[in-house]
Write a protein that binds this ligand. Sequence first.
Ligand code: FAD
Length: 384
Amino acid sequence: MDTPKTADIVIVGGGVMGASAAYHLAKRGIKNIVLLEKEEFFGTGATGRCAGGVRYQFSTEINVRLSMESLPMLECFRDETGQDVDYRHCGYLLVATNDVDAATFRHNVQMQNRLGVQTEFLSGEEVRLRLPLMRFEDALAGTFNQKDGLVDPNSVVAGYVSAAQKLGGKALTRAEVTGIRVRGDAVEAVETAQGVIQTRTVLNAAGPWAGLIGEMAGVPIPIVPVRRQMFTTNTLKEIPDDFPFVIDFAQSLYFHREGDGLLIGMSNQNEKPGFDQSVDEDFEMENFEAALARLPLLERCSRASHWAGLYEVTPDAHPIFGGSHVKGFTICAGFSGHGFMHGPVAGKLMAEYILDGTFSTVDVSMLDLARFAEERSIKEYNVV
Ligand SMILES: Cc1cc2nc3c(=O)[nH]c(=O)nc-3n(C[C@H](O)[C@H](O)[C@H](O)COP(=O)(O)OP(=O)(O)OC[C@H]3O[C@@H](n4cnc5c(N)ncnc54)[C@H](O)[C@@H]3O)c2cc1C
């Protein structure tokens, strides 16, 4: 498809945010939308490399509210777009092994319950009973929500892109944005290697690369890329079908079923920001040893695959929604490692912002870019 000469809205980045925004804008009747993705396929950035976890369990009300809108959208994704996304309600089981985390978990569960989310608080003994294959002698508490689970990220992106196209939107791959032209205080055009697109509205949905797109428009955006990696195992017959998404919170170590084996990851707290997406084999060994200590049957497993991707980290671990000092330059990025699950509602919210000038589904106006300069940040505790 040729690069169009004009567009009502240009979306930069074909991950879950860009795809969802394209669909929701097209659904609202905007036809002249162009979604630009630099890679050969949509969804090969953070979205395609993510663990696919979806959860209600957060520490801030705004993140719980985003989940309360977004997860039901994933539940009825097939009815909406025709695409199956394989939502599995395995539940998330977060385990606390120190007093501070246990107390914070109790507080988080009370807040979630108050908002209508049925997360259970568990004692250390209850954690051990639910995870008989694992060694959690030091568990002090846990939290569990059966409605948390796993969804296939590639299907979500593919579903939104093709639904947007059916509604008249254009979606281009191998279309790298190389510049944003600003005249006076407003967006004028988007430059790509294939040509220039005149437009008054740009949505920066470039995930870990969103800071670079901001620089092109003269808008500083505090999002840094940080590498995260994981590996999968071959078949482990002992793992039951209903094995939950287990998070050893203090170690940022997690396990969930993947096919007939497990997917295992751990966040390297010493990782320096950067765009490197190669697997750090030394850290993978640390990850494996930590996992083995929790799940001794891993002694018999071998690695099936491994990969790394980039978290898109903001100073307060919350996303950035809305506009900037450059008229027409909008942002939906910086979900700090838990954005896949909020992609559906985030795209809907950006359609509301761009078309109506306000967020109606969830009030995310406090998650604007200006909050960092104005010291209005709020910190999310449940970052893995
Ligand atoms: C290892 C790992 C595990 C994760 N696990 C989970 C999880 O379990 N649950 C969860 O909810 N979230 C998880 N996340 C976070 C989640 O993946 C992200 O928050 C989410 O996918 C961000 O989506 P996005 O569309 O903003 O970014 P991306 O998916 O990265 O999309 C941005 C796109 O922009 C494109 N782009 C960049 N620059 C340009 C340019 N100049 N021109 C054109 N295109 C450009 C990129 O190629 C990319 O495709 C995980 C992330 C990682 C790395």
